[in-house]
Design a protein around this ligand. Structure first.
Ligand code: FAD
Length: 429
C-alpha cells in the first residue's frame, strides 16, 4: 500500500458534501454486508436500499478513501480497451452487453447527481482524448471509427479545434466523447453515501473488516467495534484491498497489479488566465503510453496527473515533470505553484476489463476497473444490487479469480519506471 505521508488531496479540501459517518460500535444484522465505501460499494448500497433491502457498509477509513476520493474525475463511457478488442475478448453477446452498460454509465452517474442534488462540480460537456504524434492520431481515428460503428456520439476534432478547446498547442487532434464529463470525485462519493443512508443503508466508517467467516447460511464480518451478520457479502475493496488480510478479504487483490497515479493542483488561477485554458472545462488525457491528464476545477485550479507515485524519493522528479509539462502546455501561465499533491492506486488486471466474481456462495464483487471506475463502479454496484435480488442484469460473466503474474515486481517497475521517464522528459508532442 502506498503511504499518504506528506499528501494533501485537493478533493478533500474542496468537497462540499460531508462525511458524517461514525465507526461501528455494536453488533448489527443486515441483508447485505458491503466492505468498502467507494463508488462500487456505495452504489450497491444505494440501489439495494432503494429495493427495500437492508445493507450495511463498513469502511476502514473515511468515505472515498480509496480510488474514489483520489481520481482525476473523468466520467468515461467505456474502458481503455477499444470496442472491437473488447468484443473479441468477451465474445459477441457479453461484449455488446458490456459496451452498452458502460456506454450508459455516465448517464447513470449524472442522473444520480441530479436526483440527489450531489454537489460535485459535475460538467457534462464531454471529454477530450488528445492525440500525441502520428501514432496517437492513428489510434484516435481507429477509436472514432469503432465507436461510431456502434452509434456512439464520438467525434475526432482537428488540431485547431483541439487547441481552441484546450488552450494548448501541439496536439494533432482530439477525440470528443459527448457521453462523458467530469466530477469532483470525493464529492460524488460522499453524495452517494448521503443518498444511500437516506434510502436506509447503514454506513460505518473507520471500521476495518478484520475477518470474514461463514455464520449459518450467511456471513459474519468482524470489525474492532462489532460484527456485521448478513446473508450476502459484497467485497468492494478493489485496489485498496490489503493483500495481507486473511481469507476472502484478500481475494479481490489477487488478480490485480497496482499502478500508481499522481496529481498536482495549482493555486487558483486568475479568471482571465483560467478562461484561456479548457474554456468549456473538458477533462483531458493523452494517447501516450505513460499517460498524462489535465483538467480545471471550479476553483480554476489546473490539475495535472500522470503515472507514478509521490514518495519521498520520487516527489521532486514528479513535481518537476508536472511543472515542466504545464509550462509547455500553457506557456502564458507564468510561474506555477502547486497547492495540493496526492497519489492513488489503480488496480490493473490482465484483460484490462472489469471482472465479476462469485467468491463463495452469496459473496460477490466486481474487480479491476483498470483506471476507469467512476461510471463502471456505479453501474456494477447497481447491477450487483439487482443480482442479489435475483435479477441477473450483470453485463459481465462470472469468472474465477486469477493470480496476477509477478504483481509486486510490476508495481515496483511502474513506480521506478515512471519516475525515471519523467526525470528525462517534458510533455513532448
Ligand atoms: C489517481 C487515480 C486516478 C483515477 N482516475 C480515474 C478517472 O479519471 N476516471 C475513472 O473512471 N476512474 C479513475 N480512476 C479509477 C477509479 O477511481 C476507481 O476504479 C474507483 O474509484 C474504484 O472504486 P471502488 O469503489 O471499486 O474502490 P475504492 O474507491 O478503491 O474503494 C475501496 C474501499 O475499500 C476500503 N477497504 C479496503 N479494505 C477494507 C477493509 N478490510 N475493511 C473496510 N474497508 C476496506 C478502502 O479504504 C476503500 O475506501 C482513478 C484511480 C486513481 C487511483
Amino acid at each position: 500500500m502506498l503511504s499518504d505521508r506528506g499528501h494533501d488531496n485537493l478533493w478533500a479540501r474542496t468537497a462540499l458534501e460531508d462525511d458524517p459517518f461514525v465507526p461501528l460500535a455494536s453488533d448489527v444484522d443486515a441483508d447485505v454486508a458491503i466492505i468498502g465505501a467507494g463508488f462500487t460499494g456505495l452504489s450497491t448500497a444505494l440501489h439495494l436500499a432503494e429495493r427495500g433491502l437492508k445493507p450495511v457498509v463498513i469502511e476502514a477509513h473515511g468515505i472515498g478513501h480509496g480510488g474514489s476520493g483520489r481520481n482525476v474525475g473523468l466520467v468515461n463511457a467505456g474502458m481503455w480497451v477499444k470496442p472491437n478488442d473488447l468484443i473479441e475478448a468477451q465474445g459477441e453477446e457479453w461484449g455488446q452487453r458490456l459496451i452498452s452498460a458502460l456506454g450508459d454509465g455516465p448517464k447513470l452517474v449524472f442522473d444520480l447527481v441530479d436526483r440527489f442534488n450531489i454537489a460535485c462540480e459535475a460538467e457534462r460537456k464531454g471529454t477530450l482524448h488528445l492525440a500525441v504524434g502520428d501514432k496517437g492520431l492513428t489510434d484516435l481515428r481507429d477509436r472514432e471509427a469503432q465507436w461510431q460503428a456502434l452509434g456512439a456520439p464520438v467525434k475526432l476534432l482537428d488540431a485547431d479545434t483541439a487547441t481552441r478547446l484546450t488552450g494548448a498547442n501541439g496536439f494533432r487532434g482530439a477525440l470528443h466523447d459527448a457521453r462523458a464529463g467530469t466530477i469532483q470525485p470525493l464529492g460524488y462519493a460522499r453524495g452517494l453515501a448521503r443518498a444511500a443512508a437516506a434510502a436506509g443503508a447503514r454506513i460505518f466508517t473507520h471500521s476495518p473488516a478484520t475477518s470474514v467467516g461463514k455464520a449459518g447460511d450467511g456471513w459474519q464480518i468482524e470489525t474492532p467495534g462489532g460484527a456485521v451478520r448478513a446473508i450476502w457479502l459484497v467485497l468492494a475493496t478493489n485496489a485498496y484491498t490489503d493483500p495481507a488480510q486473511p481469507g476472502l478479504l484478500a481475494a479481490p487483490q489477487q488478480e490485480l497489479t497496482i499502478l500508481p497515479f499522481f496529481q498536482f493542483a495549482t493555486r487558483p488561477l486568475p479568471a482571465e488566465l483560467a478562461e484561456r485554458i479548457l474554456p468549456e472545462r473538458h477533462g483531458c488525457w493523452d494517447t501516450r503510453l505513460i499517460m498524462t491528464s489535465f483538467r480545471r476545477d471550479h476553483g480554476n485550479r489546473l490539475i495535472f496527473g500522470s503515472v507514478g507515485s509521490l514518495e519521498t524519493w520520487s516527489l521532486v522528479a514528479q513535481q518537476s515533470f508536472a511543472r515542466r509539462s504545464l509550462k509547455r502546455l500553457f506557456p502564458f501561465v507564468g510561474h506555477i505553484e502547486f497547492e495540493a499533491r496526492w497519489h492513488g492506486q489503480i488496480g490493473m488486471n490482465k484483460s484490462h476489463l472489469p471482472r465479476f466474481h462469485v467468491f463463495a456462495d452469496k459473496a460477490i464483487g466486481v474487480c479491476g476497473f483498470n483506471g476507469r471506475g467512476i461510471a463502471p463502479g456505479t453501474v456494477f454496484g447497481k447491477q450487483m444490487a439487482a443480482f442479489i435480488c435475483g435479477e441477473n442484469e450483470m453485463a459481465l460473466p462470472t469468472t474465477p479469480v486469477e493470480q496476477a503474474s509477478l504483481p509486486t515486481l510490476r508495481t515496483l517497475s511502474y513506480r521506478l519506471g515512471s519516475a525515471a521517464a519523467h526525470m528525462v522528459s517534458g510533455f513532448g508532442r
